[in-house]
Design a protein around this ligand. Structure first.
Ligand SMILES: [Fe+2]
Ligand SMILES: [Fe+2]
Length: 314
């Protein structure tokens, strides 16, 4: 089997699921409601299979190996276009995740969800066509049989890594959910509405190595009672959490701890092909002069985000 057949077989799987998206969009539209299980499965497929497994292999293995070759200008251009398109689809997915979270938090984002699903449904077939018809077969000549076999075996290793990561994290996610529920329960019992500080434990501090950075971050439906998104600056980051600052807002507009159950943030790491979108659990809020500093733990990092963070932190 040549190395591109592996990727083309994945294209056939993606096409089949995209056909289901068509029916899913129709069902949502007719029922004027987003079915939580269908959308969860769809987002998981786009996030894990398309973005992490498939685009991950193209970007991190095939394109990496092609970059070592003396590519024709035409192949170089197509590869760069494909990278831009991967980024584009990653951005739409991020928006879909955020608007879907808002929908299930009670906001009317129905039309936005439908439009992002339609956008993705429209985007992938032309991207796949470009790779199948104008790229994959013609780049095979850059590799001899031994190199192809090596890449195919690396593809297999990559799939295994994603699969193991996905199911190994079940334990961590369940642990976090249980701990989160317990903390919410304590807050309810003590009626903690306006106490903004939930201390970070020493154990949590020691667990992850933090890196000081200055990157912009968007925070979805966070501190404001209005539920508006905000922008801030990341101050430091680790594999397990983040500290960022936002401009000070009037006290009356700030949400209480009870309202700050979970929130979603999005940011880009330098030299990374997909934006990082992750759910967070609030750990602490400190007001300093004209800014508010927020410490939060990551609740649900995907394989790509985890890998990108590890690489960035080392
Ligand atoms: Fe691709
Ligand atoms: Fe592809």
């Amino acid at each position: 089997m040549n190395l591109c057949r592996v990727l083309m077989q994945e294209h056939r799987i993606i096409e089949k699921i995209l056909n289901m998206f068509e029916l899913e969009i129709k069902m949502f539209t007719e029922e004027k409601h987003i079915d939580p299980i269908s959308i969860y499965v769809s987002i998981d497929f786009i996030r894990t299979y398309i973005n992490q497994v498939h685009h991950g292999k193209e970007e991190n293995i095939l394109f990496r190996e092609l970059s070592k070759k003396d590519l024709s200008p035409e192949h170089g251009n197509i590869m760069n276009e494909l990278k831009v398109e991967h980024k584009y689809s990653g951005n739409i997915l991020s928006k879909l995740i955020v608007t879907n979270n808002r929908y299930f938090d009670g906001e009317d984002t129905f039309q936005e969800i439908i439009s992002y699903l339609k956008e993705l449904k429209q985007f992938y077939p032309q991207h796949i066509k470009e790779e199948d018809e104008h790229f994959f077969d013609s780049i095979l000549d850059y590799f001899d049989e031994e190199e192809q076999a090596k890449i195919i075996s690396e593809f297999g290793g990559y799939d295994k890594k994603v699969l193991q990561w996905k199911y190994r994290k079940v334990e961590t996610v369940l642990k976090e959910r249980i701990q989160f529920a317990a903390e919410a329960d304590i807050n309810r019992h003590h009626n903690v509405e306006d106490d903004k500080i939930i201390p970070i434990t020493d154990q949590e501090r020691r667990r992850f190595k933090r890196k000081q950075v200055r990157l912009s971050v968007s925070i979805d439906k966070f501190l404001l009672k209005t539920g508006k998104s905000m922008s801030g600056t990341i101050l430091d980051i680790s594999a397990g959490g983040i500290r960022f600052s936002i401009p000070k807002v009037p006290v009356l507009e700030m949400a209480s701890n009870r309202e700050l159950t979970e929130f979603c943030i999005g940011f880009n790491l330098p030299n990374n092909f997909l934006p990082i979108v992750v759910k967070c659990h609030l750990k602490r809020v400190i007001e300093i002069a004209a800014e508010i500093q927020i410490g939060a733990a990551f609740l649900d990092t995907d394989f790509h985000s985890q890998e990108a963070l590890q690489q960035y932190l080392h």
